[in-house]
Design a protein around this ligand. Structure first.
Ligand code: AHR
Length: 503
């Protein structure tokens, strides 16, 4: 059948600046959940394990992604976690019932081991404190343990545990999803607001250089959203630097055009949270602006039915092991456009999660490591999406789907890397049948030519990668080219693309 075309236009200009991109928007997340830690980053019996038990094959892929920050240790798990269980001699560490995921936690990895791993991965740690079953005391003690140089009870305990130098963890989450009825020690907005304020105050007294994330709603679907943000920020505004957003996207109805439009939901969510933060700013007559930490986002739905059948009280069972399809990768690409478009206010974001648990990287225990479909848009955007986010003017034909109206077929984000003198156009074609021809005016980038056009495409929206077969992988044979100041972008049907240009 002959190719059908749809046409779109866009204008990109150096002067249309959104913001310098904070690299931390390419963060990720490792929770003590399923095989993320045990069997994921840590597997001492594995032939690839290093002297600390970390899988080097996994580390290599994490480094490839250039992940700048990793949230730890939860997630839901942190809300009943005693950090003291995970430090000191390993043989003395208790085995606990882990209530969030109903498994056995043997505590063989804890704060110090994770800090070691992060160093090897070349990433920073975003640490969450337990505001479910615990509070001010546990949080300030943990911070003293990780960040104080020495000469006090907890800093000397760290030194006794073999860590002379402090870990200097700069980013801290004040609990996790505290509005969730599933959360151990869940709270009302008033209860959480007060506790988070007092915890934040104590933490900033211990180490004023840290940055704090106040817990936002567990998702925009929560009945208390966005009142939760307004009430809790009213309490935490003085000490918080960010508010968190969490959202997972699903395709239970197997409606691909609708699914591919879900980044519009993310866009709306971000805008609503910005408005709520700024409402509290106005109410307080404050000069300070609260930024956004979208510290859990991804596609998550493939594994939910299996997880419901899981037997409780196993050690590191396979949980939340979504096997991602090609269409999931296309949406992930669009979610990344959305984060970039809001990079003036979204300063941190974490793809949840990193290994095995709803993750771009998968492992077999004792065996291989491989890249899921979603690895690719994450990889390219993280590696090449550094610099200044530009705001392109887009004129694209649109479609309506079950939940969305006026969905542009062309979804795009643009980054200018001044240092490398490189212009990068990330672009998704949401059209299921037609190639999208995009005439892109790059008037302020005189003499720039296409040096690479990477395309992620597949005839089967449900194609997946496995340990033994890579069915979804990008190629760099994209057909885009320039003619004068016009970039002719050729985006195959239902595809995610990265077009790099240089002089
Ligand atoms: O990432 C999986 C879980 O999703 C996290 O533990 C929790 O914070 C969220 O509900």
């Amino acid at each position: 059948m002959a190719k059908e075309f749809t046409n779109a236009k866009m204008v990109v200009d150096k002067d249309f600046k959104v913001s310098d991109i904070d690299p931390r928007i390419y963060g990720s997340f490792i929770e003590h959940l399923g095989r993320a830690v045990y069997g994921g980053i840590f597997e001492p019996e594995h032939p690839e394990a290093d002297e600390h038990g970390f899988r080097q094959d996994v580390l290599e892929l994490v480094k490839e992604l250039q992940v700048p920050i990793v949230r730890y240790p939860g997630g839901n798990m942190v809300s009943a976690y005693n950090w003291e269980d995970g430090v000191g001699p390993k043989e003395d560490r208790p085995k606990r019932l882990e209530l969030a995921w109903r498994t056995i936690e043997n505590n063989q990895v804890g704060t110090n081991e994770f800090a070691d791993w992060a160093k090897k991965a070349g990433t920073d740690v975003m640490m969450a404190v337990n505001l479910g079953t615990r509070g001010i005391d546990a949080a300030r003690n943990l911070l003293e343990y990780t960040n104080h140089p020495g000469g006090t009870y907890y800093s000397d305990l760290r030194r006794k545990h073999g860590y002379e130098q402090p870990h200097n963890i700069k980013t801290w989450c004040l609990g996790n999803e505290m509005d969730g009825p599933w959360q151990i020690g869940g709270k009302t907005a008033e209860e959480y607001g007060r506790l988070a304020y007092e915890t934040a105050k104590a933490m900033k007294l211990v180490d004023p250089s840290i940055e704090l994330v106040s817990c936002g709603s567990s998702s925009s679907d929560m009945p208390t959203f966005p009142q939760w943000e307004a009430t809790t920020l009213d309490h935490t505004y003085e000490f918080a630097d960010y508010v968190s957003l969490h959202q997972y996207y699903t395709n239970y109805e197997n409606d691909t055009p609708n699914f591919l439009a879900r980044s519009m939901e993310m866009d709306h969510f971000i805008k609503t949270v910005i408005s709520t933060c700024d409402y509290i700013k106005a109410k307080k007559r404050s000069k300070k602006t609260i930024n956004l930490s979208f510290d859990e986002w991804n596609v998550w739905f493939h594994s939910t039915a299996d997880d419901e059948k899981m037997e409780p009280w196993q050690v590191a069972p396979p949980q939340l092991e979504d096997v991602y399809t090609f269409e999931d990768a296309v949406l992930v690409g669009s979610l990344l456009h959305t984060l970039l478009k809001h990079s003036d206010r979204v300063k941190m974001a974490c793809m949840a999660q990193l290994v095995n648990v709803i993750a771009p990287i998968m492992t077999d225990n004792g065996g291989k490591v491989w890249k899921q479909t979603i690895f690719y848009p994450y990889y390219y955007t993280s590696v090449y999406g550094r610099g200044i986010a530009l705001d392109p003017v887009v004129d694209s034909p649109k479609y309506d789907s079950k939940d969305f109206t006026d969905v542009p077929y062309l979804d795009t984000s643009v980054v200018y890397n001044e240092e490398k003198e490189e212009l990068v156009v990330f672009a998704t074609n949401r059209h299921m049948e037609n190639t999208l021809k995009v005439d892109c005016d790059i008037r302020s980038f005189e003499g720039f030519r296409v040096i690479e056009h990477v395309v992620l495409e597949n005839d089967d929206p449900k194609a997946v990668n496995t340990a033994n077969q890579t069915n979804v992988a990008p190629h760099n044979k994209g057909e885009s080219h320039t003619e004068g100041s016009i970039l002719h972008g050729i985006l195959p049907k239902m595809s995610w693309n990265m077009i790099r240009l240089r002089k």
